[in-house]
Design a protein around this ligand. Structure first.
Ligand SMILES: [Zn+2]
Length: 213
């Protein structure tokens, strides 16, 4: 897999990102080069191209922001996610075989490096049609041999005494759930999960959430 790496001039210094729990898929809703997207995002006052990868219709792959830097692609999720964008508007077009194959290969590679990463469409994480109703999400994931996410069987609601705290935890992104609005409120927490939540608290205290979006 060849990844083209344009030389971007960033509008301002990128912010490092220490957590990578999610991979969020987008479409560009238009056409153009990685550099054109970079320039467009600069014109919005952003640091530059907001995605970590950009896959063109012909199947060529371009790097965007470095993987260890915060993206600017999904409000409230940039501090813990990678963003991959596909050229096109999949509300009204179908993906080419080359683009689907390149996307599958790229996502499989990311999944190998971040084995527990949760892969989802932008529309699962915000009020948007992105990446479009025709986006071949299932094919792209099945093409890279990733097990489909198991359904959460037990979805208990929090008890009344904990309800406010749980709602706050969701609103501030301390618990991300399964990306579809389900949280296992009564499950036990492991030490590694607690460490991740504490890291999120520190990130919020450092006001990283307010830098972009
Ligand atoms: Zn999007």
């Amino acid at each position: 897999m060849k990844i083209n790496k344009p030389n971007y001039n960033w509008g301002y210094a990128l912010t490092p990102r220490s957590l990578t729990t999610h991979l969020i898929i987008h479409h560009s809703a238009g056409s153009g080069s990685a550099e054109a997207i970079h320039n467009y995002h600069l014109s919005l006052g952003w640091a530059g191209i907001a995605y970590h990868y950009y896959v063109r219709r012909d199947g060529t792959i371009f790097a965007g922001r470095p993987e260890n830097m915060r993206g600017g692609h999904t409000t409230n999720w940039n501090w813990c996610s990678l963003g991959v964008c596909f050229e096109g508007n999949f509300e009204n077009e179908q993906m080419s075989a080359q683009q689907l194959a390149a996307g599958s290969e790229l996502i499989a590679d990311i999944k190998r490096r971040y084995p527990t990463i949760v892969i989802g469409k932008h529309s699962e994480y915000g009020q948007t049609a992105c990446p479009g109703k025709n986006f071949p999400f299932a094919e792209m994931i099945s093409g890279c041999d990733i097990e489909p996410e198991k359904d959460v069987e037990d979805k208990p609601e929090p008890d009344d005494w904990a309800k406010n705290a749980c709602e706050q935890a969701v609103a501030t992104g301390l618990f991300l759930g399964d990306g579809k609005g389900n949280y296992n409120w009564k499950n036990a927490v492991t030490r590694q999960e607690l460490a991740v939540v504490l890291a999120r608290v520190r990130a919020i205290e450092n006001a990283e959430l307010r830098i972009e979006n």
